[in-house]
Design a protein around this ligand. Structure first.
Ligand code: FAD
Length: 469
């Protein structure tokens, strides 16, 4: 009797508890990926990247002699049908934590149990389960530092090996055609240049982790804020699709921390920010859609997505070079450096006084490492309305930030062509990648600021001060 392994965002063989447990039963294993309704909200870049990830994982499984079935439809009927077709008695999966996924998985679990199927979920996608890190009073954390101080001392189990073999069923059930999986969006934004920035698959992620630990970790704390330096791990993308597990990263870096390698503690702390984001999404799911602090509902944010300032922000034409460089990097590569994310989010929510959800949506359409928990927490943090947020009166100055974090102008040169006599290839490529309807060309003059640093700051602060938060 086969075991079905329901593959979701855990596209890896190693440290995959559901897959390993299924292999250990000694029975045949049927891995299946289901394109269901929880994927409906995906933006263009993450949808495109997920499909590539699933195709890549299908190939990886094929090389082990197994397969990845692909089915489209709602998870429960698909699994029920698969159980009926194959005679499987067990369905295993690794847990997901988005509220829609929790609701779906709870229903699937109870419905499968009702037909005498063993449905088991495993912890595989976080280092700490969201309920595992608790305050002294048994509640959840709203502030990062005490969360970190608690989490860093908790035991973390060893990384699990990849299954040695995956027994195949006598007959493979039919699969829908993965290549014909119809994307809802056309990912035409510079796919040609996005591709070289991709970090696709388990092996590539492991190589990246190794190279990062060998070559960059030592200087991570010093260099991680400079967007032109390749100083960070770049692992957020494979993490978002489970091509690497956070525990694999944690265990590797933890050893280096214990050996006193510089940068290791700072890096582990960043990794735990991701855990904190999931902790918050689990305990306060409204972080995804509403101001985390309800008093912010009264703030007079612009909510017009078609406001010229918002359009200029999306297109990287605000006249603020740091903001524009980062927004163009995002559009072309599907990535943006963390310092850039903080600057563009601050500029949108403070200088342009625009609702953070407009920025959140644009990021969710453009980021190949899009993660609902980290994205929502990042935006609410930048806007000032989230847990442990940067206070609203702390307004990043994109001009001084550029001087400080891009002193040689390398980042600016990489992304802004206008007015640059020897514009870089990437900066020029931006104009090829964007839609014609934006009516932009490399030869345009660089715009004057849509809102100056001083005016924007004063306007935001006076709006803030008239509300008594
Ligand atoms: P590294 O510096 O190498 O850090 C290692 C890992 O730690 C990252 O891969 C990531 O998993 C985690 N991490 C680091 N910083 C953060 C953070 N601030 N919050 C949560 N986890 C963190 N990250 C995403 O993965 N997806 C998103 O959609 C996302 N949206 C964001 C939106 C805003 C407005 C902001 C300010 C931040 C956002 N982040 C998001 C967090 C952060 O910018 C990225 O995780 C980081 O830039 C990824 O690069 P890296 O892998 O090289 O990071």
């Amino acid at each position: 009797k086969p075991v079905i392994v329901w593959i979701r965002r855990d596209l890896r063989l190693a440290d995959n508890p559901a897959l390993l447990e299924a292999a250990r039963t000694g029975r045949s294993v049927i891995p299946v990926f289901i394109a269901d309704g929880t994927l409906a909200g995906l933006g263009a870049a993450p949808e495109w990247r997920l499909k590539l990830g699933v195709q890549h994982f299908a190939e990886t499984l094929r090389r082990t002699g197994s397969r990845l079935l692909f089915r489209q439809g709602e998870a429960l009927p698909v699994l029920r049908a698969l159980v009926a077709e194959t005679g499987a008695t067990d369905v295993y999966w690794n847990r997901a934590y988005h509220p829609d996924e929790i609701a779906r998985d709870s229903e699937v679990k109870s419905e499968l149990k009702a037909i005498e199927i063993t449905a088991k979920s495993f912890p595989g996608n976080l280092i700490f389960e969201p309920w595992q890190v608790q305050t002294g009073a048994g509640g959840f954390y709203r502030v990062f530092t005490p969360f970190w101080k608690n989490a860093r001392g908790l035991p973390v189990s060893d990384v699990m090996p990849a299954p040695q073999t995956l027994r195949v069923p006598d007959h493979w059930p039919a699969s829908d055609n993965l290549a014909a999986w119809a994307s809802r969006h056309r990912m035409n934004r510079g796919a040609a240049i996005v591709a070289p920035y991709l970090l696709l698959g388990e092996q590539a992620a492991q190589h990246r982790l190794q190279a990062f630990c060998d070559e960059r970790l030592q200087d991570y704390a010093r260099d991680r804020d400079f967007p032109a330096k390749p100083a960070t791990s770049g692992l957020s993308e494979p993490l978002a699709y489970g091509e690497i597990s956070p525990r694999q990263i944690w265990q590797r870096a933890k050893v280096l921390w214990e050996q006193g390698v510089g940068g290791a503690e700072t890096f582990l702390k960043e990794l735990v920010w991701r855990e904190f984001a999931y902790h918050l999404m689990y305990h306060t799911p409204h972080i995804l859609t509403r101001n985390w602090r309800a008093e912010w509902d009264a703030f007079p944010w612009n909510t017009d997505e078609n406001h010229p300032h918002v359009i200029a922000w999306k297109q990287g034409r605000t006249g603020m070079p740091f903001v524009d460089a980062a927004m163009r990097e995002l559009y072309v590569t599907g990535r943006m450096h963390n310092r850039g994310r903080m600057i563009v989010a601050s500029y949108l929510t403070k200088h342009l006084m625009t609702d953070w959800r407009i920025g959140q949506r644009w990021f969710s359409d453009c980021l190949t490492d899009w993660d609902p928990a980290s994205n929502a927490m990042g935006w609410q943090w930048a806007a000032g309305c989230g847990p442990d947020a940067a206070p609203y009166f702390r307004v990043f100055n994109p001009e001084t930030q550029l001087q400080k974090f891009d002193p040689g102008g390398t980042y600016r040169h990489a992304w802004i062509a206008e007015g640059d006599l020897c514009a870089s290839e990437t900066a020029q490529y931006y104009f090829k990648a964007i839609p014609r309807s934006w009516h932009l060309q490399a030869g345009n003059t660089y715009p004057a600021p849509v809102v100056t640093v001083k005016d924007g700051r004063e306007r935001a602060l006076s709006a803030y001060e008239t509300r008594s938060f």
